[in-house]
Design a binder for this molecule. Sequence first.
Ligand code: PLP
Length: 394
Amino acid sequence: MKINANYLNLKESYLFSDIAKKTNAYKAANPDADIIRLGIGDVTLPLCKAVVDAFHAASDEMGVKETFKGYGPEQGYGFLKDAIRDYYKEEDGVTLESDEIFISDGAKSDLGNILDIFSKENTVLVPDPVYPVYVDTNIMDGRKIVYMSGNAENNFLPLPDENTVGDIIYICSPNNPTGAAYNHEQLKLWVDYALVHGALILFDAAYESFVTSKELVRSIYEIEGARKCAIEFCSFSKIAGFTGTRCGWTVVPAELEYEGVKLGKLWLRRQTTKFNGVSYPVQRAAAAVFTPEGRKQIAENLDYYRGNAKIITAALDELGIWYTGGVNSPYVWLKCPNGMGSWEFFDLLLTKANVVGTPGAGFGAMGEGFFRLTAFGDRERTREAAERIKKLLK
Ligand code: PLP
């Protein structure tokens, strides 16, 4: 028996454990310190009422013989796929067929699982810094990874470069951790590049619900040609606080075809073989997000987080600190002041302001010297953190 030795090439991820270790050690030495955590990427507001009501009602159905559900369709119930199809139409003007939408237990699983249908010989282009899952899942398969540098000059939005060619291109917009989001012209460059090179874009739209600026893109299918070269991943985690409830979706357009094979067909085969679908109550709860009450309640939650982001960015504006994100994203990505390194700034904030954030170096080499704060916290605590940061850095 031989193991998959590619796993030995994975770098241990110490980011969040190191943050916890440092924070706990500081707290142990300073028990009175009132620490505010703006480092987490998890949501804090509970599920909205429309979602909870649908969850209850569907759970009740499961306890009654006449309405009980056994195995559902592996690719999701029609009622949820139709609701997502309508959401695309109404929000983005994008036309999809329900059978191009595949329901799953979240974007992370799909981003990893989709790689089953691609050759390990493909070269992968990954932005740096970015959500670490893209890199690790490809290392597990032994694919060659080429990095596209994000930096202050390109506002952390790398664009195609004819010297850097890849077969699979990851785009995360709005980006985690930088909060930077592509506009239509920029994304069109990526779509054209993918079409010319016969490449495939994996577009991670997990934070699309935070986009409010009209010039920015929420779905890659807003761009002409994208149906021929892009798969889109999305999630209820950030739209509606489903991080612990688990539901997401992936769009594989009918036109997507490589080497004469439809990718939708391969993905359907992969899912029906290795996945048995998301639970019925969770899918009912997810569908409630798109009802008029659900939408209203979700919008209130998103506005709450946006308000937090505004408090953070206003403090940075006052201090004259460079940042991206915050406007169309729950993440604010700032340049550490006075040329400090990511961890140096982490220590300063922890010990002098009792505020915890995430060092940018944990998201890739290009993240060194930058720092992520999140808007997913409590309003009053966020306000207090912003005041402390202002006081410290003025
Ligand atoms: N994609 C990005 C960019 C993320 O930041 C996250 C979670 O933080 C995910 C995907 C995972 O989403 P899910 O909770 O649906 O697995």
